[in-house]
Structure formats: C-alpha cells, structure tokens
Write a new protein. Sequence first.
Length: 376
Amino acid sequence: MSRASVAVPRRSGALRPPTLQTLPVAVTANVAKVRGRTRSTIMAVVKADGYGHGAVTVARAAVAAGAGWLGTTSVAEASALRGAGLTVPILTWLHPGGVDAETAAAARVDVAVGSVDELGALLAQAAPMLRIHLHVDTGMSRGGCPRAQWDELIGLARRGQQARRVRVVGMMGHLPLADRADPAANASAVADMRAAQQAARLAGLGSPLAHLAATSGTLTDPATHFGMVRVGAGLVGIDPSETVELHGASRLTAPIVHTAAVEAGTAVGYGGTYVTDRATHLSVLPLGYADGIPRERLPQAGVEILGRRFPVAGRVSMDQIVIDTGALSFPVGTSATVFGPDGGATPTVQEWARWAGTIPHTIVTGIGPRVKRSIA
Ligand SMILES: *Cc1c(COP(=O)(O)O)cnc(C)c1O
C-alpha cells in the first residue's frame, strides 16, 4: 500500500487551543457597581494573578475605571505591576518570603506589618524609608497583630517613624464574616478597627488610611468601608455574599479534538462510571483536572456547544473530558465553552463552583498554565 493512498485528515494545525479569555470591560463594569456602593477609595486586589485573570490586565482596567490603589500578597507581584507601568499606590500584605525592604522601597510598594517581630525585622534592615500599614487582627486569627500586642506594635512603629525608617500610612483589618451579608456579624471587627485607629491617634501617629472591607463588606455593609475598601473577587464578577449580580470577567473555551458515535451501553472514561443509555455521540475536549476542570463534580456539570448545553460524561481525566452530545455530532475543531458570562446555555463560574462543591474563586484561580491566555 502506498503512503499516498492513506487519507490523513488535516486538523491539528487548524484547531484553536484551549483559551482563557479575560474581559476587561467586565472589570470596568464591576468597578462601577462597587463605586455605586461606596464613596471610599477602592483598592483593586489582584493577587493570584488577578484571580487567574491576569494581574496586569485586571489592574489596568480597574485603575482606568477609578480604583485608586492596588493590592497584592507579595512584593514580587507588586513589582511586576510597577514593571507594567502602573503608578498608583500598591500595598502588599503577606510576604511569603519575608520582606526585602530594599526591593519594596525601590518599587515604591507599601508593606503591611502584622506583628511586632515583623516590624522589628523590617527596622533591622538597612533600607530607605518604607511606607507601612499596621495590620491588626480584627477577628480572623490569620495574620494581623493580636489585640494584646497592638500597643507594642504601635509604639515600635512610632519610634520607627521618629527615626525616619518607616512612615505609617495605613491601618488594616480584615472581616471574617462579611459573606453573611449581615452587618451585625461585622460589628465587633468594626469596633476593633475603630479602637485601633484610636490607639494610633493617641500614640501620635495621626489618622492613617484605615481599611477593613473586602468585596462582601463593600457590597453589603457601609459601616465597614472606612477610608478604603479592598476589592478582589468583585472585580472579576464574584460576589462572595451572593447578593449582587456582577459581570463574569473570563471565558474558558476549548476545541473538540475527537468525536465518536457509540451504541447504547457504552462505558465512558476511567472506571466506566458513565454508561450511555442510548446510541449517542461523544466529543472530547483537551482540558482536564491538570487544567483546572474539577474532578469531583455533580452529574449535571456541562459545557456549551453552539448554543446548547451538554453534560460531561464520566470521569474528568488529567488532560481531557468527554462530552455526551446526544443526537448531535459536531465537527472536530468546533469550539465548546466551559464557562463564561454569556448566559443561556453557557455555564457560569458560579455553576461550576456549585457542581464541584467549592467557591467560584477556586475555579478561576485553578485554571492551569497550559491554557492559553488572551484578552478580549
Ligand atoms: C484577598 C483579600 C482581599 C480581597 O478579598 P475579596 O473578597 O476577593 O474581595 C482583601 N483583603 C485581604 C487581606 C485579602 O487577602
């Protein structure tokens, strides 16, 4: 048999790869919704690569829409934003590798300090003057200075400020219960924040910019707003309090890479957990749990193909999922939408979270590095 007689379908070069598309217009609209709920300064929190949407992309859109500050967890993330030309103040608060005061100062990044030891270590570094925010524990017990040590922290900060080693520009707390959308649940944290402000004032630190609320507090409880609110999830369309309709800011698509017509009684995937109950068509998408598709999920999990929703059939593999398209057979290369803001048959991130028994944040931050990124 000659090679030329074998018809090899040409396809791989023509397929559009799995893509996570970020929609900056949604970020713009979400900042406008937040602005409708508060007069305080808005900090756009873009940690974890902008909740998986691209930190620089989300930051640019948020700042253009009126956010006055940016927030990250590390100096490295903040430096990347500076490198992209963002000039608004940036606060970083977790410091996974400790704070390099020199780098922070060079990038003009504010640093939150959550303990006496942390501040002591900063002051011990020979570095230019740093702008700091005192991070006080307002009920999270997760970072933040415990109340019993506030006076010590504030005293050390004042001495550092007198020695021109630091400037205390902010005071930060965090709300553990704001997702309940019940102001009563936030009351003790609000009282703690006021007490911390008062302690700073009495110690001669003046009135640093106070900030306590994240997305849910911002959307549901004005008493938590203080001088600034820190909004992350809300930028990308997630309201953890589930009280406000925001705009989904990403769309995950993948091409069909393989199809098959199968008989009733066909087992699909590892373990044969899904058995077709009729003759049907199967389509394979090149996305699996390594790409962020949750392996644990309810049977109704599905994707959109040409305006209709079809279920995921059988187990999610590392690199692929199978879709049961029933009577319909789609050509290889047809695009499927795993999630997006489009409505209709297209699943939302919130639906995927429900199917997987998790929160939307883990869906959007979990999309793996093999998925191509694009900006709409
Ligand atoms: C992540 C984070 C935020 C933003 O929270 P969202 O609910 O995503 O708006 C605010 N503050 C701190 C300290 C955070 O870690």
